[in-house]
Every structure is written in C-alpha cells, then in structure tokens.
Design a binder for this molecule. Structure first.
Ligand code: THU
Length: 158
C-alpha cells in the first residue's frame, strides 16, 4: 500500500496587465459577456468566453429560471454555443469571471463540477488541451488543461 499525491500547478497573476494580449482579450470578452446574464434569483452574474482554434471568441452568460434546475451556468452556455455554431473547431481556452452588485468578485470564481465535466468532454473531443483562465478582481489564475481542475477525469468508457 502507498499514499500517492496529485500535484496541480497554476499561474497566478496580480492584474490583467500581466496577461498576454490574447489572454487579456479573452478576459475582457468574459467580462463583457456578464452583461448578458439573466439572474433574477441569485443576482450573481457570470460571464464566459471560449477561444476557438480558428481564433474566434464565443461567449455565454448564466441564465436562470424560476424552476431552478432549468437554468444554465455561463460556462456551459458558452461551450454549447461554441459547439453548436462551430462543431469542427477545438476550444483552446475558456475565460470565466463573475460579479455581484456590479463589482467583479475579488477572488476568481471557480467553475462548478458539471461545467468542468463539459470542459473535459470538449477537450477530449478535440484532443487538444483547453486552458482555463479564472478572472478575479484582485487575482487571476490560469490552468493549462482541464485535468488540472478535474483530476482523475472519467475516461473508462471506450
Ligand atoms: N454559476 C455559473 O454560471 N457558473 C458556475 O460555474 C457556478 C454558478 C451561476 C449559476 C447561477 O445562475 C448562479 O451562478 C448562482 O449559482
């Protein structure tokens, strides 16, 4: 018997100025996308922007419903939008940000498990890593691939 460890490394930035031009553009698209959030119940607005292998950016925002489970997170809204409109393109990066009371949350908002699972699906489909940029008001985290936020991804079904 032995104890094993899973190590995850990611990059932390102090501000948007430290990002590459491409990452800054994606972060800004996610921030802009928050304006499309429909959140009469939580008032918690999330924006997501997906960079495709074609270079295009596709966005989404969370959509709520009076029957709560019928709503959808920003990340899945963006990824389903991307897959439905660009089925052959790989999703190479997703930027995510959230705000409350009109202010970007200081700490990066981390995606829920269901959204991570959907990221894993599209990363597996393309065979290319999808990086994840979590944009907080006071710090920004970048993960290189979905495996880093969803260790031990289910892939036993062949
Ligand atoms: N939400 C997202 O859009 N993404 C996540 O990863 C977690 C939560 C949304 C769903 C709901 O509209 C609101 O945030 C509060 O949970």
């Amino acid at each position: 018997m032995k104890t094993r460890e899973i190590n995850i490394s990611y990059t932390e930035y102090e501000s948007m100025d430290q990002l590459s031009c491409a990452d800054r553009e994606l972060a800004e698209a996610a921030i802009k996308a928050m304006s499309g959030a429909y959140t009469p119940y939580s008032h918690f607005n999330v924006g997501a922007a997906v960079r495709l292998s074609t270079g295009e950016i596709v966005t989404g925002a969370n959509q709520e419903n009076i029957a709560f489970p019928s709503g959808l997170c920003a990340e899945r809204t963006a990824m389903f939008h991307a897959s439905a409109t660009h089925p052959d393109a790989a999703m190479v990066e997703i930027a995510i940000t959230a705000s409350q009371d009109g202010k970007i949350c200081a700490s990066p908002a981390t995606p829920c498990g269901a959204c991570r699972q959907v990221m894993a699906e599209y990363q597996g489909k393309s065979g290319r890593p999808m990086s994840i940029l979590l944009v907080g008001g006071e710090k920004i985290w970048k993960f290189s691939r979905v495996d880093d936020i969803l260790p031990l991804i289910f892939d036993s079904l062949k």
